[in-house]
Ligand binder design. Structure first.
Ligand SMILES: C[S@@+](CC[C@H](N)C(=O)[O-])C[C@H]1O[C@@H](n2cnc3c(N)ncnc32)[C@H](O)[C@@H]1O
Length: 360
């Protein structure tokens, strides 16, 4: 995938590349040209959760909070390129034991007000949520990252998202001894005839061998009377196989399914005072998915600098804003301690790819 830089769009406009600016994001973002950044990824203050010493988050009700956030969101839409993306991570709030669903209210309003499409709600699953046990409700351990786009031509590198080479390796011994064994038990428990059971065991043994030898990535088996009919229930290939043979095997080739979920631990950064840091790993996965190397990324609520750290590690450029001067200073320090990617970055704003890019 290659970008062809074209300088015309940003000529004469200075972009504060790789800088974290202190101030109100709604004022600062006005200085950015239209369609100048590849990705906005950010986490605004959640509704009535914390006091960051200024800025938004403590509006009198959720409607006002959403209205204020939408003003910034529509500006983010303006500055994002037509092939770019906007990712907002928002947490929820209980009011009088009632979950407000603020993130979803915001996402719906955003699609209506700022003319974007919602591609996914990517769920961040926290391995170690705050250990606070409630008697009358379950512990919240997920947060949404909403992925919005301006057009259907958004940059998307699915292979780079949660790429297998970055994932912890599964023990191949465990995989080879366990794979598919449960289906043998299900065949035995089923109402299939002895002839059908013999055929099912034979085909199951074959597909297990294919997985062990790496010819097939994985598979699913459906057995008549045990599993539901394929979704949709049309009289088609698989439904007929279930009826006539008593089973069907669905082989999956190529990469693992890319699911709308990222699981990490909650972030802590040594000596950093910021109370609400999101994990650099989550940002990294979304940079891999939604930006090419050398892209320009904006975080209008930069906080402790996690977005900038992820950008620096992966060879993307960033612009960050935060209203709290102390957070800005700490974020700059944190970024300066992060090693750069050993990749060639664009040297100046004139080199940042613009709207005319061809994605090959
Ligand atoms: C949830 S935190 C962001 C945390 C960040 N994602 C991280 O990993 O550290 C929200 C940040 O928005 C900042 N903020 C609030 N209102 C703002 C505004 N109007 N302009 C700029 N920053 C603002 C707060 O100071 C706070 O640091």
């Amino acid at each position: 995938m290659q970008y062809t830089p074209d300088n015309t769009q940003n000529a004469g406009k200075s972009l504060p590349i790789d800088q974290i600016l202190c101030g109100d994001n709604l004022e600062l973002i006005q200085k950015l040209p239209d369609c100048s950044v590849h990705l906005v990824i950010t986490s605004p203050p959640y509704f009535q959760q914390r006091d960051y010493g200024g800025g938004m988050g403590n509006e009198k009700d959720a409607d006002e909070y959403i209205a204020i956030l939408l003003r910034l969101f529509c500006e983010c839409v303006r500055v994002v390129r037509n092939d770019g993306s906007i990712v907002f991570n928002i947490g929820d709030k209980y009011e009088d034991s009632n979950l407000l669903l603020v993130p979803y209210q915001f996402a719906l309003a955003a699609t209506k007000t700022c003319f974007v499409k919602l591609v996914n709600e990517i769920t961040w699953v926290k391995r170690n949520p705050t250990p606070r046990q409630f008697q009358r409700r379950l512990v919240s351990s997920t947060e949404p990252f909403f992925h919005f786009v301006k057009s259907d031509d958004y940059f998307y590198d699915l292979n780079a998202f949660l790429a297998e080479e970055r994932m912890p390796k599964q023990s191949s011994k465990k995989a080879s001894t366990k794979v598919g064994q449960r289906y043998f038990e299900l065949i035995a428990e089923s109402d299939l005839s002895e002839k059908e059971k013999t055929a099912a065991r034979r085909e199951l043994t074959e597909v297990i061998q294919e997985v062990i030898q790496g010819q097939t990535h994985s598979f699913r088996m459906k057995i008549r009377g045990i599993h539901a009919e394929p979704f949709g229930g049309q009289i088609g290939g698989r439904t007929l196989q279930l009826k006539n043979k008593g089973f069907t095997i669905i082989r999956m080739h190529g990469n693992k399914l890319k699911r709308d979920m990222i699981e990490t631990s909650v972030a802590t950064v040594k000596r950093n005072k910021h109370p609400a840091i999101y994990p650099v790993e989550v940002v990294e996965e979304l940079l891999h998915l939604l930006t090419p190397i050398g892209a320009l990324v904006l975080d209008p609520f930069m906080g402790s600098g996690s977005t900038a750290v992820a950008c620096k590690k992966l060879g993307r450029h960033y612009i960050g804003y935060d209203i709290n001067a102390e957070y800005c200073e700490d974020a700059r320090q944190r970024v300066s301690e992060t090693p750069s990617a050993s990749l060639r970055l664009f040297e100046s704003s004139d080199e940042i790819p613009t709207l005319n890019n061809s994605i090959g």
